[in-house]
Design a protein around this ligand. Sequence first.
Ligand code: E4P
Length: 218
Amino acid sequence: MKFFIDTANLDQIKEAQDLGVLDGVTTNPSLMAKEGITGRENIINHYKKICEIVEGDVSAEVISTDYEGIIKEGEELAKLHDQIVVKVPMIKDGIKAIKYFSDQGIKTNCTLVFSVGQALLAAKAGATYVSPFIGRLDDISSDGLQLINEIRLIYDNYAFETQILAASVRHTMHVIDCAKIGANVMTGPLSSILGLLNHPLTDSGLEKFLADYQKGNQ
Ligand code: E4P
C-alpha cells in the first residue's frame, strides 16, 4: 500500500519524507488555508515546494466547478510539475473533465467520493485515483471501511486500473484496516503514519536491552 500524507505543512511533509516511507502528498483548499497559503501565486509556489520535497504524486485541487474552468485550471496545474495529479470533485462536470484529462494522459484524483456508484463512475471516466472519504463517513455513523470494501470488489470484478486512495484517514487503525481490505493508497495526517511505530512491548523491551547492555559494559 502506498502512503500519502494529507497536509500542506512543509515541515510535516519533510518529516514523513525523511522517514523514507512516503509515496506522495494530497492537499485540498482547506489544508492550504490552514497553512495560511492564499492567493493563486502563493498556492502555485507552494505546490512547487511540495514537489521538490517528495518524489511521488502530489494532488492539487481545482477550484472551478464548470467543465471549461476545470480543464483550464487542471491543465495549468499539470504543467507545474510531472508529479502533479489534478484533483477534481465528484460532480457531473468533474467526471467529464476527468475523462478529458485521462485521454490527454494527465493524472487525476477524483475527490469527495462517498458512494460505490460515484467510485464506479470515476473509474469509468479513467481517474488515476478515486478518493473515498472514510473518516467523514464514520463521522456521520456510516461505515467508511465498508465503502472501501465494496469499491475493491467492483474494481476487481472489472479489472479497473483506478487506484483506491483511502482518504480522510484519521488514525492508525484506519491505515491498518485499509491495508487489510486492499486499498491501493491511504492518505492521512503524519500522526496516522507515526502511530504505526508504537507498541509498549517495543518500548519496554528496548529499555531492558539497553539497561542490560549498560550493566555488562560498566
Ligand atoms: C483527501 O484528499 C482530503 O484531503 C482529506 O483526506 C480530507 O480529510 P478530512 O476529512 O480529515 O478533512
